[in-house]
Design a protein around this ligand. Structure first.
Ligand code: MN
Length: 283
C-alpha cells in the first residue's frame, strides 16, 4: 500500500518505465479505492475541472496534473477515454490512475466507452500493452476499468458522464442500481451513459451512427432527464470538436475534448466556478 502510494507519486513526477509488478500494485490500490464507489458519485459544487477525452496523449494528462497540483481548493473529474488512439496510451492511463490514488478526495475518474475490454482491444490499447508487457497486463488494466463510476452528480445539480442521457431513466435509483462491473458494459443504461451523443432539435431519441445500441438524444430527452434528476448543468465528452468544446441546449450541456487529436483540436479543460459559471481553459 505504502509502496503503491509512493509509486503513484513517482508517476506524477514523470516515471514511465513501470514493471509488471508495479502496474499490478498501482491497479490494486486503485481498485481498493474505487470498487466500493457508487455508479453515480457525488462531485463538488464548485471549483471543479472537467477533463474530456485524453486518448493516449500524455501531454494533456500532464496539463491536467499541473492544474490539480496547482490549485489546492479545486477538484477534478475525468470524463473517460484515457487510452486508445494516441501515442502514449499506457503512460496516460498510469497518470490518471495515479492522480486518482494520490488525490482520492479531489480527483474522480469516470468510465468512457473506451474503458472496455472489446473497445480497447480494437483501438490500440491492447496492442500497446501486449507489445510492452503481455496480454495478462491488459487484463489487469481492464479490471481497473470495470470499477470506474459511470457518472457524477453534485448537490447543486451538476451532472457528468462520458456520453450522455440514456433512454428510459426517471430517477437516480435506476442508475445507482445497475451492475457496472462488466467488462463491456452489457447493461444498456451503462452503455448509453458512455456512448450517447447530444443533438440540437426538439426530439427525444434517435439512431446513432456509432451503432451497438447507442442513441442520439435531443432537447426533449435532455430536459426530461434534467427535470427528473434535478440537473441544471451537464458536462460530457466523447465527441471531437475543433475548439475542444461545444455547448448544447441553451448552454446547459457542455461537451469538452482535451486531446489534440493529430492537430485537429484545440484541447480544452472546463472549469466550473461558483454560481455555475464555466471557464474553458486552453491546454
Ligand atoms: Mn468516447
Amino acid at each position: 500500500m505504502v509502496i503503491a502510494m509512493q509509486l503513484a507519486k513517482q508517476v506524477l513526477d514523470g516515471k514511465t518505465d513501470l514493471t509488471t509488478e508495479e502496474i499490478e500494485q498501482l491497479v490494486g490500490v486503485f481498485l481498493d479505492e474505487y470498487k466500493g464507489l457508487s455508479n453515480v458519485v457525488e462531485t463538488p459544487r464548485r471549483n471543479v475541472f472537467y477533463v474530456g477525452d485524453l486518448h493516449g496523449e500524455l501531454q494533456s494528462a500532464k496539463a491536467a496534473r499541473d492544474l490539480i497540483e496547482g490549485s489546492r481548493d479545486a477538484s477534478m473529474v475525468f470524463l473517460g477515454d484515457y487510452a486508445d488512439r494516441g501515442p502514449q496510451q499506457i503512460e496516460t492511463v498510469n497518470m490518471v490512475l495515479s492522480l486518482a490514488i494520490e488525490f482520492p478526495r479531489r480527483v474522480i475518474a469516470l468510465r468512457g466507452n473506451h474503458e472496455s475490454d472489446s473497445v480497447a482491444r480494437t483501438y490500440g490499447f491492447y496492442n500497446a500493452v501486449k507489445a510492452k508487457y503481455s496480454p495478462e497486463i491488459f487484463d489487469v488494466y481492464c479490471s481497473s476499468f470495470k470499477a470506474l463510476p459511470l457518472a457524477g452528480l453534485s448537490s447543486n445539480g451538476v451532472f457528468s458522464c462520458h456520453g450522455g442521457v440514456p433512454e428510459g431513466i426517471r430517477n437516480l435509483d435506476q442508475l445507482q442500481g445497475l451492475d457496472r462491473f462488466q467488462e463491456d458494459m452489457q447493461n444498456p443504461i451503462a452503455f448509453q451513459l458512455t456512448w450517447n451523443d447530444p443533438a440540437e432539435g426538439d426530439f427525444h431519441f434517435g439512431p446513432n451512427w456509432r451503432g451497438g445500441g447507442s442513441r442520439i438524444f435531443g432537447r426533449l430527452a435532455f430536459n426530461e432527464f434534467a427535470e427528473s434528476l434535478g440537473i441544471v448543468l451537464m458536462f460530457r465528452a466523447h465527441q471531437v470538436f475543433p475548439n475542444g468544446f461545444q455547448k448544447f441546449f441553451d448552454d446547459k450541456l457542455i461537451s469538452v475534448f482535451s486531446a489534440r487529436y493529430h492537430g485537429r483540436v484545440k484541447p480544452k479543460i472546463a472549469y466550473l466556478r461558483d454560481g455555475l459559471k464555466t471557464e474553458l481553459i486552453q491546454i
